[in-house]
Design a protein around this ligand. Structure first.
Ligand SMILES: Nc1ncnc2c1ncn2[C@@H]1O[C@H](COP(=O)(O)OP(=O)(O)OP(=O)(O)O)[C@@H](O)[C@H]1O
Length: 593
C-alpha cells in the first residue's frame, strides 16, 4: 500500500507542478525552463524555517549542523509560497519587459542553471550539495504525517487546490487576457490593456504554487537536495504540459499520470538505469508529439466539461437585433456630430520618419474631424501605415507631434491612447485565432473587474455579474456588425472577412471615439467587403471618428467624408474623395497609369 501511495504522491507533485506551469505556458504562452527552481526555492525555504533551532539541538553551532527557526509548518508553507513568488517576480520583470520567444526560454534556462549551481554552493543557506535533512513532517494535531498513505491526502488536496486556482484564473476574464497576450500582444495593447502586468502575475502565481508544492515535498521526504531541482526535472515538468495539452489542465492531469507512472515501471524493469531511460523516453515522446500532435493529448478547450457538453461552445440563446444592439451601444457612444459643427479631434503636425536612408514619412500634417470618416490614400509605400504606427505610439516619430483633443499624445503607448479614446486595427487583422469571436471582442471592453486577480479573489460574485455585462456588450458589438450568430465560433473557423469584422467589433467594444482602421478590406472577398462597408457606416452612425487606410477607391468613395492623399511620405492633397480622384495627376499616381 505504502509503495503505491508513494508513487501516487510523486505523480501528484508532478501534476501540481504541471498545472501551475500550464497557467504560464498554456494560457500566457510563456515558456519557462526554470520551474524546478521555484519548486526548490519553496523546499529550501520551508526546510530552513522548520528545522530545529541551535538551542533545541544543544546550543552549540557546529559546522554542518542543520539548524533553522523551528517554525510551525503552516507559516513556513505560506512563506515558501511568498518567497517563490517574489523570486519569480525578480526574474520575470526583465524577462517579460525585455525578452520574447526563444530568448525567454534561454533566459529562464540560464536562471535554472545558475540557481541550481548556487543551491549547491551556498552551504550556509542550502546545506551545500547534500542539502538539508531532518525536516520535520507535517503535524496534524498530535499526528505526524510520515506514512505515504497519510500524506497522500495532503498532496491530493494541494493538487485539487492548484487545479481550482489555475482553472479559475485560466477560464476567467484574466485568463482571456492571458490568452490574448499569448496570441497577439500588440493587439491586446491596441485595445487598451497593458500586457506586462498580467504576464508578471502569471509568472509569480505559477511560481508561488510550485513553491508551495516544494514545501510540501520537503515535509514529506524530510530532505531537500539541489540535484532534485535540476534542469532535467524542469524538462520533465514542461514535458507533462506539452504532452498533456498546452492550455488544457485536464491534459496536464493525464500527462502527469502517464509520465509519472513511467519511473516506477522502468525501475521494475531496468533498476538503477530508470532515470536515464526516463529522460530518453520523455525526449522521444516530446519529439513524436511535436511532429504528430503538437496540440498535445487533449487540445485546448477539450475536457470533461466539453465531453459532457456542460461547457460546450453554444450559440448565443438570444441574438440581439441590430436595432437592439445599436440602442444599447449608443448609450456609451460619442455624441453624434450634427452637420456644420465639425471640429478637429486629432491633429497630426509635421510627422517625419526615416528608415536608414529611406524617408517613409516626410512631414505629414493633417486633421481628423470629429464624427467624420477620413481616408488616408495613396500609392503603395506612400507611408500610410507608418503614420498610423506613429499616431498609435507603436513607432517613435523622428519629428512632429500628434494631438488628441488638444492634448499632446506623441509617442504614448497604444494601451494609454485607448484610455484617452483612440484605438486602432491592423492590416494583418491580429485576432486571436484560438479564442471565440465573442471572447475576442470581450478583450476590447475596458475596466473589467474580472481581469484583475485581486477582484477575482476578493469579489468573485461582483466580477461574475460584471462579466455578464461584458459578454452582452461584446455580443452587441458583434450584432452591430452582423455576425452575432457566430459569436461562439473560434475565430479560426470564420472566413477572413468575418475575422476583419471581429477586429472592428473589438475596436467598437473599447468605446474609443477615434478608431483607426488599417486596410479593413484587404484580402477580403467581395461579398464580405460589403459587410465591412456596412459595419464601418454603422460606426459613423454611432458618432465615431474613423480614419482608414484603404486601397479600394470604391470603398473609400462609399464611406469617406474626406481623404488625405499621400505620396512618398508627404501629404500632397486633401479634400473630398471625388475632388481628389477627379484630379488627373492624383488618379494617375494612385492607379499607376
Ligand atoms: N520597419 C521598417 N523598416 C524599414 N522600412 C520600412 C519599415 N516600415 C515601412 N518601411 C518602408 O517605408 C515606406 C512606407 O511604408 P508604409 O507601409 O508606411 O506604406 P503604405 O503607404 O502603408 O504602403 P501599403 O499601402 O503598401 O501598405 C515603404 O517604402 C516601406 O518599405
Amino acid at each position: 500500500m505504502s509503495y503505491y501511495a508513494d508513487i501516487a504522491i510523486s505523480i501528484l507533485i508532478l501534476m501540481t507542478l504541471g498545472v501551475s506551469l500550464n497557467l504560464l505556458l498554456g494560457y500566457a504562452g510563456r515558456v519557462s525552463m526554470a520551474h524546478a527552481i521555484f519548486f526548490g526555492i519553496g523546499g529550501f525555504t520551508a526546510a530552513r524555517l522548520t528545522l530545529p533551532t541551535v538551542e533545541e539541538l544543544g546550543g552549540v553551532a557546529t559546522a554542518g549542523l542543520q539548524t533553522g527557526f523551528s517554525w510551525h509548518w503552516v507559516p513556513a508553507l505560506l512563506v515558501a509560497v511568498v518567497v517563490a513568488a517574489v523570486a519569480a517576480l525578480v526574474i520575470s520583470i526583465p524577462a517579460v519587459r525585455l525578452v520574447r520567444g526563444e530568448y525567454l526560454i534561454l533566459l529562464t534556462l540560464a536562471f535554472q542553471l545558475v540557481a541550481n549551481q548556487l543551491m549547491g554552493v551556498l552551504d550556509k543557506v542550502t546545506g551545500g550539495p547534500y542539502g538539508l535533512s531532518g525536516i520535520p513532517p507535517i503535524q496534524l494535531g498530535s499526528t505526524p504525517l510520515i506514512l505515504p498513505e497519510q500524506f497522500i491526502w495532503v498532496m491530493l488536496a494541494a493538487a485539487v487546490v492548484a487545479i481550482v486556482i489555475c482553472w479559475g484564473l485560466g477560464e476567467s476574464p484574466f485568463g482571456r487576457l492571458l490568452k490574448g497576450i499569448r496570441e497577439h500582444e500588440s493587439a491586446v495593447a491596441s485595445v487598451g490593456k497593458n500586457p506586462v502586468v498580467p504576464e508578471l502575475l502569471a509568472f509569480s502565481i505559477s511560481a508561488a504554487i510550485a513553491g508551495g508544492v516544494g514545501a510540501l515535498a520537503a515535509f514529506y521526504y524530510g530532505s531537500v537536495v539541489p540535484s532534485n531541482y535540476s534542469l532535467t526535472y524542469s524538462i520533465f515538468i514542461v514535458s507533462v504540459v506539452v504532452l498533456g495539452g498546452i492550455g488544457n489542465l485536464s491534459g496536464t492531469v493525464v500527462g502527469a499520470i502517464a509520465l509519472g507512472l513511467l519511473e516506477p515501471f522502468l525501475r521494475e524493469y531496468v533498476g538503477d538505469e530508470a532515470i536515464p531511460w526516463q529522460t530518453v523516453i520523455y525526449g522521444a515522446a516530446l519529439v513524436v508529439m511535436m511532429r504528430l500532435r503538437p496540440e498535445g493529448l487533449l487540445p485546448e478547450g477539450f475536457g470533461p466539461g466539453r465531453l459532457l457538453n456542460w461547457r460546450g461552445r453554444k450559440a448565443p440563446k438570444v441574438v440581439p437585433t441590430e436595432e437592439e444592439a445599436l440602442a444599447r451601444l449608443s448609450q456609451d457612444a460619442p455624441e453624434v456630430v450634427t452637420e456644420g459643427e465639425a471640429e478637429p479631434i486629432v491633429q497630426v503636425l509635421d510627422l517625419k520618419k526615416s528608415f536608414g536612408g529611406l524617408k517613409a514619412v516626410a512631414g505629414a500634417t493633417f486633421e481628423l474631424e470629429r464624427g467624420k470618416v477620413t481616408a488616408l490614400i495613396g500609392p503603395n509605400g506612400a507611408g500610410k501605415t507608418t503614420i498610423f504606427n506613429m499616431i498609435c505610439g507603436t513607432l517613435r516619430a523622428d519629428e512632429g507631434r500628434v494631438f488628441l483633443r488638444g492634448e499632446d499624445v506623441t509617442g504614448k503607448p497604444a494601451y494609454q491612447l485607448v484610455r484617452k479614446g483612440l484605438a486602432r486595427s491592423f492590416q494583418d487583422v491580429r485576432v486571436c485565432q484560438r479564442l471565440t469571436a465573442l471572447n475576442n471582442v470581450a478583450l476590447g471592453v475596458q475596466n473589467q473587474p474580472g481581469e484583475r486577480v485581486s477582484r477575482l479573489v476578493l469579489r468573485p460574485f461582483a466580477t461574475r455579474t460584471a462579466e455578464k455585462r461584458v459578454r452582452q456588450k461584446a455580443l452587441d458589438c458583434l450584432a452591430l456588425l452582423g455576425i452575432a450568430d457566430r459569436a461562439h465560433l473560434r475565430v479560426s473557423e470564420l472566413s477572413y472577412g468575418d475575422q476583419k469584422l471581429v477586429a472592428i467589433a473589438r475596436l467598437l467594444a473599447t468605446d474609443c471615439d477615434v478608431l483607426l482602421l488599417d486596410e479593413p478590406t484587404s484580402g477580403v472577398d467581395p461579398a464580405s467587403v460589403e459587410k465591412v462597408i456596412d459595419g464601418i457606416a454603422r460606426l459613423r452612425t454611432l458618432g465615431h471618428t474613423v480614419c482608414l487606410v484603404e486601397h479600394s477607391v470604391h470603398f473609400v468613395q462609399r464611406l469617406a467624408d474626406r481623404a488625405v492623399f499621400l505620396d512618398q511620405g508627404a501629404v500632397i492633397a486633401q479634400g473630398t474623395v471625388d475632388e481628389l480622384m477627379n484630379r488627373r495627376e492624383l488618379a494617375e499616381l494612385y492607379f499607376g497609369t
